[in-house]
Design a protein around this ligand. Sequence first.
Ligand code: DGL
Length: 282
Amino acid sequence: MKIGVFDSGYGGLTILSKMRQHLPQYDYLYLGDNARTPYGTRSFEVIYDYTLQAVRYLQQQGCRLIILACNTASAKALRSIQQRDIDPDQVRVLGVIRPTVEAVPSLTRNGHIGILATPGTVSSQSYVLELEKIFSQHQASCIVHCPPSIVQQSCPMWVPLIESGEHTGIGADYFVDKYLHALLAQDPLMDTVILGCTHYPLLLPKIQQCLAAMQRSDIQLVEQGDIVARSLEDYLLRHLEIAHDLTNEGTVRYLTTEAADKFNQSASLFLSAPICAKKVIF
Ligand code: DGL
């Protein structure tokens, strides 16, 4: 059986590539709902419906474990799906927010944290609630500053820029500058910024350039790829019954709800390797 990796579009590829670096032996099935991206500006009901459809589809395709490599889906749909819609003996569904949050207490020096995410993730308050919880748990060990200072900035234009291949152009500079200034203006003491959307690492060069221009290169940027991959590694060590069900041929297949040619062209650029995807309808 395979590990399914789901995102609204190309963003989950940033997670998949790290998972394949850490755990190359497994078989992966990537599903990008590119025809309906972005999710981040949609309602709770729609995000939940779309995510559940994707989970059911990946399960039908033989996935024993499904990673929602999408913060918006993790924030808006994961809990309901885990609690109501799946039989954990048949399939496990995991998200990306919890592992990211668990990494933060050891990264920040002063407990001032910023979150960049889609409007859906920001409005769900998932990061804020999870961070508050984790910091209060760490309080006893005196590692962290409690309560932390947490501010969020939604970036509604970043996913559309990336999905349309405009993230390296000069048009993207305006929106990177706009959202970073808005985030930092909320808390000048911020020392750590979570890139809370799996698409955002594709904007990393521009984000770093903008922080340098603001003389804030000291800010630590939290990317999710390695964090999620390490957390999956750990999960499989703790759940040997699931690891045992996974096949070990080291393959990867790509599915998209958009035209396969369009996906192949963009995804190949993101992964710097040729890709041959299949279009699916679910
Ligand atoms: N990569 C998704 C995330 O991590 C983007 C969601 C969207 O389509 O807006 O949130």
